[in-house]
Structure formats: C-alpha cells, structure tokens
Design a protein around this ligand. Structure first.
Ligand code: BGC
Length: 267
C-alpha cells in the first residue's frame, strides 16, 4: 500500500532505515529495516525470551538487542497485547504483570532512547504484510491474522491500521476464536490440517460477517505450510499466505515507529 499512511519514499539509493524489535513468547528478535523495500539490512538478532517474561526482564533483552546494533534512531517494539498510548492493557498469552505497564516508558529507560513506539504484535505484522507482503498492491479492507499460541489480528483500510482489533477473542460458535482455531489448538487436539481448516473457516466466516474484508492474510508459523490447509477453507473472502514470515513483526514495528503520527498509533 502506498497511499494513506505511507512511508515517504526516498528516490536516492541511500534508503532510509528504521529499527524494529518483535517480542514473542519464545524469542525476542530485532533488526535494522530498509523502510523502502521492507527488507532487513543485515542479519536479525534473536535472544530467547526470559522466563518469567516480566516487563523488566523483557526490557533488559530489548535493550541488549538495540545495543548489539548500536542503533540510536527511532525504535518500534511489538508486544502480544493491546497497547494504547504506549501502555499494555491486556495479557492473554504473556505474563500478567504486563497489564497497565507503561511499556514505552519502560523501554525508553532501559534503552536510553525516548523515541520508542510500542504496538501490538499482529498490528505490526499486518502493517508490514499489507505494505510489502501478501497485501502488496491490494486496496480496500485487508485483515491479517496470525495463527500461533493465540490468534492475533490487524485490520487495515487502504494501508491505514485500525489498532488493537483483537479479533482472536471474539466468540465463535460458543468458544473464543483463538481457543477454536489457533495453531496451538491443532497441536493440542492433534487435528489434521483438514480438520483444523474447518475450525479456521468458522472463525473466518464470523470475522467476514463483521468486516467484509477484501482479503485475509494468514500469518504465523503455520502459514509456511499454507498449501496444506488454505485450499480446505470454505469461507467467502480470499485467503493468501503471509510472505514476510519471521521478519514481519520487526519490519512493521520499524515502519510504525517511523510513521507513528500517520498511522494513528500512539507513540
Ligand atoms: C493477544 C493479542 C496478540 C495475539 C498474538 C492474543 O492472545 O490477545 O494481543 O496479538 O495473541 O500474539
């Protein structure tokens, strides 16, 4: 997407760079991002998520990752939580002590950099996939879903994000969507791809009745095996697999930090 909320495109060869850190349940990953191509500049750096994954422990690791690159510009950090005004508001699959933590202030202090944007992990992935991945060149309403331990969601209209949609917690047929169709459910209930796709179809049908999207992008690790389950889906809206995979969160966080005021994400 290059219209509303877009990153100013530089025409010279020295593309502008940004920095993103993606905080996940098992790993915390960061890297320098080319904001024009959506590619990483050099390698990603990953450190295992400390357990318990308390705010202070995570902030220490995020700071270590930033220091590894010697980055001093603006920084985007994702959290698997609702984030408003830099404050974490929920903790469905993370340590409860995150609730009401001022994540932006915490990261700013740990890193020694005030230029921090904190956003939901799926929102970050959605921003990146919409711009550079499965939603590239697609206008209208695009919904990215990440299938993992839970289900994360990002809703974009012509490239502009509506943050914190949390569709994974909607009730679908008497059960929370993420308890029905996260990829962790496929594992714990030992479902075949076909059986699991039936549950995903129910969830997608509920989401599409609410939002009438033009496209769903399926993200999360299981999108690597998309040919095994996307063909079994029976919902109305086209579904494509995410293409950025394990860099989407980093790239989206960097974009959000760079365009915080444009994309309605509170810095
Ligand atoms: C959380 C979301 C998060 C998603 C994926 C859900 O349980 O509520 O905030 O985006 O998991 O990590």
């Amino acid at each position: 997407m290059t219209e509303a909320g877009s990153v100013p495109i530089t025409t010279d060869s020295a593309h502008r760079h940004g920095f993103g850190v993606d905080v996940g349940g098992s790993g915390i990953k960061g890297g320098i991002v080319d904001l024009v191509t959506g590619e990483l500049v050099g390698d990603r750096y990953k450190i295992e998520t400390p357990q318990p994954a308390t705010p202070d422990a995570i902030a220490g690791v995020v700071a270590q990752i930033v220091q590894h690159f010697g980055w001093t510009g603006s920084i985007g950090v994702t959290l698997p939580a609702v984030v408003t005004g830099g404050v974490a508001r929920s903790a469905a699959n993370i340590d409860e002590s995150w609730i009401d933590t001022d994540a932006r202030a915490l990261f700013a202090k740990a890193i020694g950099n005030d230029n921090i944007t904190v956003l939901n992990d799926a929102d970050a992935a959605g921003v990146a996939e919409d711009r550079f991945g499965g939603g590239k060149d697609k206008t209208g309403v695009v919904v990215l879903l990440t299938f993992g331990t839970g289900i994360g969601s990002a809703v974009l209209h012509n490239g502009v994000l509506l943050p914190n949609t949390e569709l994974g917690h909607l009730e679908v047929d008497g059960k929370e969507a993420e308890h029905r169709a996260a990829s962790s459910v496929k594992e714990s209930e030992d479902l075949s791809y076909k059986e699991w796709a039936k549950e995903v179809s129910k969830v997608l049908a509920t989401f599409e009745a609410l939002l009438w999207p033009d496209l769903f992008i399926a993200g999360g690790g299981i999108s690597r095996k998309s040919e095994k389950w996307i063909p079994h889906l029976t919902n109305r809206t086209p579904v494509v697999a995410a293409t950025l995979l394990n860099t989407a969160g980093i790239v989206g966080a960097a974009l959000a930090a760079d365009t915080a005021s444009d994309t309605a994400i509170d810095r």
